[in-house]
Write a protein that binds this ligand. Sequence first.
Ligand code: SF4
Length: 334
Amino acid sequence: MNMYAYKLKLINSYKPVEGLRGKLGLPMGLNMYEMYPFWYRFFTELKFEVVHSPFSTRKLYQLGQQTIPSDTVCFPAKLMHGHVQKLIDDGIETIFYPCLSYNFDENLGDNHYNCPVVAYYPEVINNNMKDIKKVSFIKEYFGVHRPNDFPQKAYERLALHFPDLTLNEVRMAAKKAYAEQEAYKQKVIEKGNEIIEKAEKAGKKIFVLAGRPYHIDPEINHGIDKLISGFDVAIVSEDVIAARMSRFRTHVLNQWTYHSRLYAAAKYVTTRKDMELVQLVSFGCGVDAITTDEVREILETENKIYTQIKIDEITNLGAVKIRVRSLLAAIDND
Ligand code: SF4
C-alpha cells in the first residue's frame, strides 16, 4: 500500500524501443519524474529510442557533484548533474532536457508555473558542466500547457536539431504524448483510490506523503516512504487526493502547479478523520518557505496536526521514526 513504490514501477515500465532516428537520453530528475510518459511517447512516436538515466544513488550524485555551481540550491536540482553526467558517461550522444516555464494547468491555482529551478535548470547544466559540450544537448523551451500550439512550436524547435522531421509527424506524436500523460495520471489516481479503499476496509490510517513528483526518487526520500509503511499505514501521494478538489482561495499567490496540489491535498485531508498529511521538504527549497506556512495553516485551522520532514543529502532516519511515532501517538490520543 505504498504509492511511492508504485510510481517508480510505473516509470520503469516505459521501455526503450529501437528507433530509426537514433537514441535520446533523458535525465531522470526533477520534473522528468512526472513528464517522462509524455516525452517518452512523443519521441518514441517520432522514431527515437528513448532511454533515461537510472534512479538516483549516492554514487550517481557524486558523479556530477564537482559541477554544481551553488551549494545553496535544493538537493533535487543538485542530483541533476549526476544524471546528465551518467548519460554522457554511458555514451549517449544526444540529451534532451527542455526548459519549461509552465506546467500543465490542473485548474487548482491562479497560474500553473514550474518553480524557477525546475523551469530553467537545463540552463544551469549547460553553463556549468564541461562535458556537456561533448554531446548534443537539447534544452529548447517548450510550452506543454498549450496543447494547440505545442506541435507547431515543438516542430520549429526540434527541426533545428533534426531537419528531417515533418510537422505532420510532430502533430501525430504530440497527440499521442498528451494521451499518454493523461493515461499515466489516471493510472496514478486509480492506484491511489485503490489504496485508499483498501485502507478504509482494513480500518488503517492513510498518510499523505506530500511533496513533489521527484520526491519518489529513493536518493531524495532516503526510504522515508518504506519507513512509514512499516508503521502499518497506507501511503498515497498528494496528487491522488488533490484531484478530488476544486480550486479554493488561499492566503498566498497560488501560482505553481506542484504547490497548488499541496494546498488542495491539505484541504482534502481536513475532511477525513482517517487521513494525515506529512510534508516532505527539501533543504534549500525557497518555495517551501511559503508552502509550509500555508499547508500548516490549512491543516491547523481544522485541528489537524501538521508534520514536516526536512530531507537533504543525508537524512537521519532515526529522527524521522520519532516524528512519525509522535504523530501516531497524538492521533491515538485524539
Ligand atoms: S520546488 Fe523547491 S525542491 Fe523543487 S526544484 Fe524548486 S526549489 Fe527545488
